[in-house]
Design a protein around this ligand. Sequence first.
Ligand SMILES: C[S@@+](CC[C@H](N)C(=O)[O-])C[C@H]1O[C@@H](n2cnc3c(N)ncnc32)[C@H](O)[C@@H]1O
Length: 239
Amino acid sequence: MSKVTPYNNTDNKKKQVTQMFDNIAKSYDFLNHSLSFGMDNIWRKIAIKKLTNNPASILDIATGTGDFAISASKYTKAKITGIDISQGMLDVGNEKIIKKGLSDRINLQLADSENLPFDDNSFDALTAGFGVRNFEDLNKGLCEMNRTLKSGGIVAILEPSEPANFPLKQFYNLYFHYILPFVGGIISKDKNAYAYLPDSVAAFPSKRYFLAELEKAGFKNCEHVPLTFGIVSLYIAIK
Ligand SMILES: C[S@@+](CC[C@H](N)C(=O)[O-])C[C@H]1O[C@@H](n2cnc3c(N)ncnc32)[C@H](O)[C@@H]1O
């Protein structure tokens, strides 16, 4: 997996990704919902519905502003822990959780997916929305996810992906490589962040490679589900 980073400086990827999400935290939700035409919440709902083991505890990896965790609180009865490396994103998430009266269901904390501060076999299910491709070390992050999941637990991972067929492929390229970076750059005031988005998606492993990475990290029954004509990939796996 080639290492695409948001800023062309000497800091490592993790530091640059943290800085980028701190920079765009305040405009992230607005841009996420509008640039995905509101589909992001539908993708999260479909993913949560795949957690068919009636989880009592869920860890939401790279929770950002907490939307996956909030969605999980709607469609499951679980207690949810969300972790992220960007305090700016977590601050926005915590405001929403307080406003929605979900503080007894969701707890957000600052932590690194590649070095999770939880015991082995802690959670019944794990979710990760649009975060995995930002990891500095993909294998380390996936192994940590496997370690903290209970045996028989389910993981649901969402990642953007490039559709393969005409004419969606051409429309997607125009939208994702030109319109989205332009609009995102202006509104978030961080041009690099929204240029990094298509670059990081292009650099992310193919479905086959990612499924193999999940297996390498110890998961089984690894499955890929294309959503919305393949512009998003949902990966489901079991420990
Ligand atoms: C595109 S946002 C996704 C947020 C949220 N999951 C959603 O569905 O909207 C990606 C998030 O991944 C976080 N992230 C990237 N690398 C991380 C790591 N190593 N550990 C924890 N969070 C990480 C970023 O800080 C950012 O908040």
